[in-house]
Design a protein around this ligand. Structure first.
Ligand SMILES: Cc1ncc(C[n+]2csc(CCOP(=O)(O)OP(=O)(O)O)c2C)c(N)n1
Ligand SMILES: [Mg+2]
Length: 822
């Protein structure tokens, strides 16, 4: 809601009609004779060659999957192989004019695109560059394999390297492009501008938008192509990605030469089917996919349907669209019409389509047709084409032999190093900035109004006389996060932040108040209400090399970004074989007062997912120090903030919250109150009820409680907790997450295993009820209260003399509630 743009009722209430322009459908009509001025004979043959390479590669995989044999080589590949036989012209046409700086993203069916982009890159790179890429990639291990006994030039060698790296990846070999950890549906090779393919249909739909943002925000050359299937248009991330990519603000509000559209092409490889569902006529209503662009923005996304059975039509379209992107008129939507002759997977019986249909498309086979055209136009002879096919078959056979040989191409050695993959889950880097240049800011840090006002705040909750500081004068938890964030904006030029109401409003809970004054639009902006794309774009931005903070306004909305948080953000570092880093911090505010869909603590859910670091500070000192660590790191961090605590002052760190920079290492629980008789471990805001409970225990029952604040869920160092349990022999664990299946249960179980001999009673979990969260006025019946902690100690750990429980924490009640599922 920028004030610079007034919405005038007189204007917007005027009657008018929306006019849609024309969307070109298969309008390419050049003859090959006409194209002779754009392509040399060599170019034409290269196009043919690249299509043949893809066809043969996929045919080999099909035979391996269905007969366990290709050209006399036997192999069993149990994993996936979604083949693109029939779609070669679309892939080669797409890649033909792309440079190394142009990034492609893909889907589960992207072998062809990888090979096309790889071959196109090999053609564009000089031999020195090619050799240096190959020899530096994973220490040159794949190069060594293909180089042995090789005779020919570096360009040919690179072709071997490309095919070997891709196939070794598909067959999960260590020499694969991603050490065999990506596999068929996730393979990629960034040195050639090939970015991740994605097994989740539509997964690239928002990630690629983040890559385009990375290019735009950091002035990087090149465009981004998001290659996804036609059926993915039914997926949320794709629509959210399109919405995010077409926001008006790029053209209206971003400053100076940042003004203008994203350098991005959504390229729908439209083979007219999902797995078996027909998008045209059955599962979608667009009839012609390109129509979808019409409603999105006044430019209609420059949408076009192009004939993906003709490589020249695709090359022509990409050339024209690339020019548009160069003029900052993006993004573009392309409906690249194609057909997969192969089944969805080799086990597909094609029960959903007729033989006639398949035959009709086979009769128009793009490789045969294009070859015939080359012959008719006297660009090539049939025997030359035959020779290309023959040589390709030999090459693929050679590469297959190298790949399936366990001595030449072993898998990661998990026998002698069973923790290898575990060690790859996090990059654990420490980087003040992701790039070395001056950060763009609008005013010196000292002149920032909020920075100035924070100077006069009290950084501890009591003043020198021991009196509580008034709210107006108190340095609050939100201020701690702000100080950390603004500091990083002045250090790391790549840092950008987005989410709902991040600009102008200052973030829904005023954490970002003061940032709008400090930062140009391209570093801090409001996003659409697209939680999936808020996280998805952050992933794309991070994997390209930028640092980013994305915000989810309420934890409950995390559900909307489920795929991004569960499947994408945590996985790409390891699935890339550690080539990719993911310096992405997702700020998630945990609500209260707003009932069942605005108050849930889902920290446990995120902690369950391997590959995410999960942090939940409860004090301003911890919030600032932990955010500093998150922003110095290179791993994805889910940073939880409780809305109940935003106003709170520092009550534990007696020196107050330091003005300068400091880091608090992840994974170190902090003793907030020392004690000898019982340990209370807390996550997030339950620190405060636990402290109250500890005071009551002391006063009424002479029990001295040690309160430990977990601060981080993943990673987590158990040692200080075990140390405490060794002393106290008892532990209660409490957090606002619903208790069933919560992270507290995980900690309780691990403590039981690690410290059984020291425990006088089982660890007891006091979580929230397994209910909907009621209205604020009834919240005390849902969230753990101090008396819950005391009652549970009394009933489950040690009887407290003279204590009368208000709540039923008996074993019988626990059995009953579990029986009822509540
Ligand atoms: C989110 C998700 N839902 C379902 C699937 C299972 N699935 C894999 S491919 C596919 C069809 C995808 O069709 P389209 O996007 O047109 O790509 P194509 O397979 O035609 O290349 C389906 C349903 C999946 N991988 N991910
Ligand atoms: Mg499809």
């Amino acid at each position: 809601m920028p004030k610079s743009q007034n919405i005038n009722p007189k204007e917007v209430r005027k009657p008018q009609f929306i006019e849609f322009g024309k969307i070109p459908v298969n309008q390419y009509n050049k003859t090959i004779e006409e194209e002779k001025k754009n392509f040399s004979s060599e170019d034409f043959l290269r196009i043919y060659h690249d299509m043949v390479v893809i066809r043969e590669f996929e045919t080999m995989l099909n035979l391996i999957k269905t007969t366990n044999e290709y050209n006399g080589i036997s192999y069993n590949h149990p994993g996936p192989a979604h083949l693109s036989i029939g779609q070669e012209a679309s892939a080669v046409g797409m890649a033909y004019n792309l440079n190394i700086d142009d990034f492609i993203f893909g889907s589960h069916r992207s072998h062809g695109e990888i090979l096309a982009k790889g071959l196109s890159s090999i053609n564009k790179l000089d031999e020195n560059n090619l050799y240096s890429i190959m020899s530096s990639f994973f220490g040159g291990s794949a190069l060594k394999v293909v180089e042995k006994d090789f005779q020919g030039n570096i360009t040919d060698l690179a072709k071997h390297f490309l095919l070997y790296g891709a196939l070794a990846e598909i067959f999960a070999r260590e020499n694969g492009f991603n050490k065999g950890l990506g596999g068929s549906m996730h393979a990629f090779f960034t040195p050639f501008g090939i970015y991740p393919n994605n097994a989740i249909v539509g997964g690239s739909g928002d990630i690629s938008v983040g890559a385009a943002l990375y290019k735009k925000i950091n002035r990087k050359p090149g465009i981004v192509v998001c290659n996804i299937g036609d059926a993915s248009l039914g997926c949320g991330p794709v629509w959210e990605g399109i919405t995010f990519a077409t926001m008006d603000q790029y053209k209206t509000l971003w400053d100076g030469d940042y003004k203008g559209g994203l350098p991005l092409i959504f390229n729908f490889m439209n083979n007219l089917y999902g797995m078996g569902g027909q998008t045209m006529g059955e599962t979608m209503g667009f009839n012609i996919l390109a129509r979808v662009g019409a409603g999105v923005n006044p430019e209609m996304m420059h949408a076009e349907r192009i004939d993906g059975y003709n490589p020249l039509a695709v090359i022509d379209a990409f050339k024209r669209k690339k020019k548009l992107l160069g003029e900052k008129k993006g993004p573009v939507l392309l409906d690249t019409l194609t057909y997969r002759i192969s089944g969805h997977s080799p086990s597909d019986a094609s029960s959903y389509r007729s033989k006639d249909e398949i035959e009709a498309w086979q009769n128009e086979d793009s490789i045969v047709s294009f070859g015939n055209e080359l012959v008719n136009a006297k660009i090539a002879r049939q025997d030359q084409l035959e020779e290309i096919r023959h040589q390709t078959g030999e090459l693929i056979t050679h590469i297959l032999k190298l790949t399936v040989d366990d001595n030449i191409s072993p898998r990661l050695d998990l026998t002698s190093n069973p923790d290898l993959i575990g060690k790859m889950m996090f990059s654990n880097g420490s980087a003040e900035r992701m790039e070395d240049r001056k950060p763009e800011v609008l005013l010196p840090l000292e002149e920032n109004p909020r920075v100035k006002s924070l100077k006069s705040k009290e950084r501890f909750y009591k003043d020198k006389e021991g009196k509580p500081v008034s709210k107006a004068k108190l340095f609050q938890l939100r201020d701690g996060i702000f100080e950390s964030v603004i500091d990083r904006f002045y250090k790391d030029p790549t840092l950008a932040a987005w989410g709902e109401e991040n600009r102008d409003w200052g973030g829904a809970f005023a954490v970002y108040r003061g940032l709008t004054e400090a930062l140009p639009y391209h570093r801090l902006f409001n996003s659409p209400i697209s939680e999936g794309a808020i996280v998805g774009t952050a992933i794309g931005y991070g994997m390209c090399g930028g640092r980013v903070i994305a915000e989810i306004m309420y934890c409950d909305f995390l559900g909307r970004s489920g795929d991004e948080v569960f499947n994408q953000l945590p996985k790409w570092q390891a699935m890339s074989g550690n080539l990719i880093k993911m310096p992405v911090v997702i700020r998630v505010s945990v609500g209260s007062k707003y009932g069942a869909q605005h108050s849930q603590d889902w920290s446990s859910i995120t902690a369950h997912i391997p590959g995410l670091k999960v942090v939940f500070p409860a004090t301003p000192y911890d919030a600032k120090g932990l955010m500093n660590t998150a922003l110095q790191g290179t791993d994805p961090v889910i940073f939880f903030e409780s809305q109940r605590l935003y106003d709170i002052g520092e009550m534990f760190h007696e020196a107050g919250v330091p003005e300068g920079y400091y880091e608090i290492p992840f994974g170190e629980p902090d003793i907030k109150r020392a004690g000898d008789d019982i340990t209370i471990l807390t996550i997030g805001a339950t620190l405060y009820p636990a402290i109250k409970a500890a005071e009551t225990l002391q006063q009424n029952y002479g029990m001295s409680a040690e309160v430990i604040d977990a601060r981080t869920l993943v990673p987590f160092n158990y040692e200080p907790v075990i140390q405490s349990v060794k002393k106290t022999g008892r532990i209660v664990l409490t957090s606002d997450a619903s208790s069933r299946g919560s992270f507290l249960k995980e900690i309780a179980q691990t403590i039981t295993e690690l410290a059984f001999d020291y425990l006088d009673a089982p660890p007891v979990v006091v979580g929230s009820r397994n209910w909907i969260i009621p209205a604020h006025e009834m919240e005390q019946f849902f969230f753990p209260q101090p008396d819950w902690i005391i009652d549970s100690i009394h009933e489950r750990i040690v009887p407290l003399k003279g204590h009368k429980s208000k709540n039923d924490f008996s074993a019988a009640q626990s059995i009953l509630l579990n029986k009822e599922g509540v």
